[in-house]
Design a protein around this ligand. Structure first.
Ligand code: IFM
Length: 515
């Protein structure tokens, strides 16, 4: 606790030197050449959100399919999505046009090994080999996530997926197929996307796959689950599954393939709503629950003391063997960063019985609505600096990739997404500030390359560099202003640049497409 208090105060102190509220962002010119020469810039998607072909060539349903088909408020599903399964060559060409160094995508476990266990599906193998080969042929690095939400439904049905320890063995076997088949060309592996929000959203709030929760905690009525224990159990099994796959990779594949393996978290970092001691310690507690939950075991081999004390026997204990397995089981950390929250102390939550993960945090979370555009997260680029500084000071500055960052807007508005350009411009500038300040960040991936099927609002929202016309049977992709901007940046333009702005605004493609 003392370690955390001291370190967090240091983080806040170091940020005080940045004029947080009044910082004039986007004011300084920079280019990609200000980043280290091997710094990677890319963009990303995930299998269920982009591939489509849900019922083709032997793929079986996943918990994401089940969720999308039952969550009527989403107004759609990923059955077809952007049809990248059939259009991957076209998409890789768009990546080349954009000038991406790397493409972050995920493998669909249920496409490669239908039902999660057993024989490999030759068609699935062929698809990922084709995609990877196409990327490599064009000099684009594949950064691959093994599991981005879409656990095979068969494993959920058979034994409850991540609430059962059996998932560890099945995940490791699936990972081994990937290392064996693709590891000669894939050098960056991430085992799991957003382990923390997957555990809270899927097992406490029940708002995302696999939609498990229990009354009175879930945001929705769940058919099964236990919000008081399952977020902790799922997280524990996620850590063990990750660490088992990482141990296998490091022992058997890394020596000959020379790649890297990491874990990914959503960094919704929390700051104190006021400068009262209670709120300061509440924000520290919230970060320990949200980030320390995974990072402490990964770096130190055990959960934060405050979590163990508060959750008691609801949080699993690491055996000595497990602790050794998990500790140090990563080469890098992937960070998805969109927003920063403020928290107030809320000790009355601790008087509740029973309690879920959220009540255990004993905070009230607020997103600063004043900074937010009408349809998106607040633009708080220094929140990314805070995140990187936090990881630097508390976790010994591990190699980090910003795996996701981007702006949510409504979908069918305009291709001139100036606000997204401004968003990317200030976040990349903030990243540069962090790198100059000693952060071990190694890369940045915009979310998302295309407008994909979004987990919270289907096809109503958009984060993409390319708009996908869903009314057109060809699902034609149209570059947005943000694609022009990012492309110019990737090709070496100085940012901000009037030329780049003009390029976007005058582009023929941009001005001829209307909604
Ligand atoms: O689309 C999601 C992605 O699957 C996980 N991170 C957040 C993105 C935006 O909502």
């Amino acid at each position: 606790m003392v370690r955390v208090l001291t370190a967090l105060s240091l983080v806040l102190l170091s940020l005080n030197s940045i004029e947080i509220a009044g910082k004039v962002v986007g004011a300084e010119k920079y280019s990609r050449h200000d980043f280290p020469a091997d710094f990677v810039f890319g963009s990303g998607t995930s299998a269920y959100q982009v591939e489509g072909a849900a019922n083709e060539d032997g793929r079986t349903p996943t918990i994401f399919d089940t969720f999308a088909h039952s969550a009527t408020w989403l107004g759609g599903n990923g059955d077809v999505a952007c049809d990248q399964y059939h259009k991957y060559k076209e998409d890789v060409q768009l990546m080349v046009d954009t000038g991406l160094d790397a493409y972050r995508f995920s493998i669909s476990w249920a496409r490669l090994i239908p039902n999660g266990r057993g024989p490999v599906n030759p068609k699935g193998l062929e698809y990922y080999n084709n995609l990877i080969n196409e990327l490599v042929k064009h000099g684009i690095q594949p950064h691959v996530t093994l599991l981005h939400i879409d656990l095979p439904q068969a494993l959920e049905d058979e034994y409850g997926g991540f609430v059962n320890r059996r998932i560890v063995r099945d995940f490791k076997a699936y990972a081994e197929v990937c290392f064996q088949e693709f590891g000669d060309r894939v050098l960056h592996w991430t085992t799991m996307n957003e382990g923390n929000i997957f555990s809270v959203g899927g097992y406490d709030l029940g708002e995302s796959p696999p939609q498990r929760c229990s009354f009175p905690f879930g945001l929705f009525r769940c058919e099964r689950g236990n919000s008081t224990t399952e977020p902790y159990i799922a997280a524990h099994n996620i850590l063990l599954a990750h660490a088992s796959a990482a141990a296998l990779y490091k022992k058997k594949y890394q020596p000959k393939q020379h790649g890297f393996i990491g874990f990914n978290l959503l960094s919704l970092m929390f700051l104190p709503a006021t400068n009262s001691t209670a709120d300061l310690s509440a924000s520290q507690r919230a970060n320990e629950f949200f980030i320390g939950w995974f990072m402490d075991p990964l770096v130190f081999g055990d959960y934060p003391e405050i979590m163990k004390r508060t959750a008691g026997n609801r949080i699993p204990k690491f055996t000595k063997v497990e602790s050794r397995l998990v500790k140090g089981s990563f080469d890098f950390i992937g960070i998805n960063h969109y927003a920063t929250g403020y928290v107030q102390d809320n000790p009355s939550n601790l008087k509740r019985e029973p309690r879920d993960f959220v009540a255990d945090m004993a905070v009230k979370v607020m997103i600063n609505a004043e900074d937010a555009p009408p349809d998106g997260f607040p633009v708080m680029p220094w929140g990314l600096q805070f995140t990187l500084e936090y990881f630097k000071q508390l976790y010994d500055n591990p190699p980090m990739y910003i795996h996701e960052n981007g702006q949510r807007t409504d979908r069918n508005t305009t291709l001139i997404d100036t606000s997204r350009v401004e968003y990317m411009q200030v976040f990349i500038e903030s990243l540069l500030d962090s790198v100059r300040n000693g952060s071990n960040a190694r890369g940045y991936f915009s979310w998302s390359f295309l407008d994909v099927f979004e987990i919270m609002d289907g096809y109503r929202s958009s984060y993409g560099l390319y708009y996908v016309d869903l009314d057109d049977p060809n699902l034609t992709r149209y570059p947005k202003f943000s694609q022009h901007w990012y492309s110019a940046f990737l090709k070496g333009a100085s940012i901000p640049s009037d030329d780049v702005i003009r390029l976007g605004k005058n582009s023929d493609t941009l001005s001829t497409v209307s909604f």
